[in-house]
Write a protein that binds this ligand. Structure first.
Ligand code: SAM
Ligand code: SF4
Length: 334
C-alpha cells in the first residue's frame, strides 16, 4: 500500500485538524444560530483513545502537524492529558490549538506543560458591547485574560483570528492593525466563508480582505511581505515596518489557496473531511481497531479530494460543480 498522503493533484498532506467537540460556550453569528443549535450526543463522539489511533495512523503516513479545534475545544474535559498523548506519538512535531479564549486563562499553563506549542485565539472585536453582538455570550475581558495567560506561559507565536464582517466590525481594522503594530501578536484577518449556511447573512456581511491593505496604507504603515511565520499555512503575511507584531490575510473566497492545501480534518463524530467546503466525508468508526483499515480510509480521502472549492463561484451565484457541506463550521472544526 502506498503510505504517503498524496492526493490526485500531487498535494502532500502533513497536517491534521482535529475537532474534539461540536459544543461551544459562545454563539458567534457567522458560525451558529443564537438559539436551537443541536449538538451531537456525547456517545457519538470519538473518545480520546480513538483519536489517538487515527493520529498514530496519520503520523505513520507523514502527518507531522496537528491543530486541536471544535466547537470550543476547551469545553471538553481532559484536553491537557490528551495533548500529552498526542505529543508522544512518533512523528508529531507541532501541536496548535484554536480557541475562543474564554477558558484559556485557566488552562493555558496545563496545556503548555502537556506539550501544546501555540494557540490561535479568535477575536473579532476589541469592543466589549460589540463582543456581545458577535459572540452573543461570554465576555471580551475573559478572552483578553486568556491571551495574556497564553503569552505568559510561552504559547507563542500567538495568532488572533479576526473574521471581518461588513457593517459589523470593518470599522475596527485600524484598531487591529494598531494592536499588531504595538504587541507581539500576529493578527489574521479572515474572510467570512459560506460554510453550511450559505444564506443572506453571509452574502450581506462578506467583505473582501483587500480592504485591510487599503486601510493599512491610509493609516500610513509601511509594509513588507513576510516570508514565514511558523505554521503560517494559507496566510498572506505582512510585517509593519518598525512594528512589534504582524498581520496576515486569509482570503479563501476572493483568492483561494487550494493549490497548496496540505490539510485533512477529523470531525468530533469521527469523519475525515478532505475539504472544508464540500460534502464528502469518510467515517473512521468502523476502522478504529485496524491500523491498515484506518490507513486505507485516509488514502481514500486523498482519492476523493477535489482540486479546489468554489466559494467565489458561490458568491457570484454561479452553478457549482459539486455539493457543498451542510455542516456548520463548529460541526466540522474550523
Ligand atoms: N471555537 C474556537 C474558536 O472560535 O476559535 C475554535 C473553532 S472555530 C469554528 C475556528 C475558527 O473558525 C474561528 O477562528 C472562527 O472565527 C472561524 N470561523 C467560524 N465560522 C466561520 C465562517 N463562516 N467563516 C470564516 N471563519 C469562520
Ligand atoms: Fe464557538 Fe468558535 Fe463557532 Fe464562535 S466560531 S460559535 S467560538 S465554535
Amino acid at each position: 500500500m502506498q503510505e504517503r498522503l498524496v492526493d490526485r493533484f500531487g498535494r502532500v498532506h502533513d497536517y491534521l485538524r482535529i475537532s474534539v467537540t461540536d459544543r461551544c460556550n459562545l454563539r458567534c453569528l457567522y458560525c451558529m444560530p443564537e438559539e436551537g443549535m443541536e449538538f451531537a450526543d456525547a456517545d457519538t463522539l470519538l473518545s480520546y483513545d480513538h483519536i489517538v489511533s487515527v493520529v498514530e495512523a496519520a503520523a505513520e503516513m507523514g502527518v507531522t502537524k496537528l491543530r486541536i479545534t471544535g466547537g470550543e475545544p476547551l469545553v471538553r474535559p481532559g484536553l491537557d492529558g490528551f495533548i500529552r498523548r498526542l505529543k508522544a506519538i512518533p512523528g508529531i512535531k507541532d501541536i496548535a490549538l484554536t480557541t475562543n479564549g474564554i477558558l484559556l486563562a485557566k488552562q493555558a499553563e496545563a496545556l503548555k506543560a502537556a506539550g501544546l506549542d501555540r494557540v490561535n485565539v479568535s477575536l473579532d472585536t476589541l469592543d466589549p458591547a460589540r463582543f456581545h453582538l458577535i459572540a452573543r455570550r461570554g465576555e471580551l475581558k475573559r478572552v483578553m485574560e486568556g491571551i495574556e495567560a497564553a503569552a505568559r506561559c510561552g504559547l507563542s507565536p500567538i495568532k488572533l483570528n479576526c473574521v471581518l464582517l461588513k457593517g459589523i466590525n470593518e470599522d475596527e481594522i485600524a484598531k487591529f492593525l494598531k494592536l499588531a503594530y504595538e504587541q507581539p501578536l500576529h493578527v489574521r484577518f479572515i474572510e467570512y466563508m459560506p460554510i453550511g449556511h450559505a444564506d443572506d447573512n453571509w452574502r450581506n456581511h462578506y467583505l473582501p480582505l483587500s480592504r485591510v491593505l487599503e486601510e493599512a496604507e491610509r493609516e500610513g504603515y509601511r509594509l513588507t511581505k513576510k516570508a514565514d511565520v511558523r505554521g503560517n499555512g494559507p496566510s498572506d503575511d505582512w510585517q509593519m515596518d518598525g512594528g512589534t507584531g504582524s498581520f496576515g490575510l486569509i482570503h479563501p473566497v476572493s483568492d483561494h489557496f487550494c493549490k497548496s492545501c496540505n490539510r485533512l480534518r477529523l470531525t468530533a463524530d469521527g469523519s475525515v473531511k478532505p475539504c472544508l467546503y464540500w460534502v464528502d466525508e469518510l467515517n473512521v468508526k468502523d476502522a478504529l481497531e485496524d491500523r491498515r483499515a484506518l490507513k486505507h480510509l485516509l488514502l481514500r480521502a486523498m482519492d476523493v479530494k477535489l482540486e479546489n472549492h468554489e466559494m467565489a463561484e458561490k458568491l457570484a451565484n454561479e452553478a457549482l460543480s459539486h455539493v457543498p457541506t451542510d455542516r456548520r463550521m463548529s460541526q466540522i472544526g474550523g
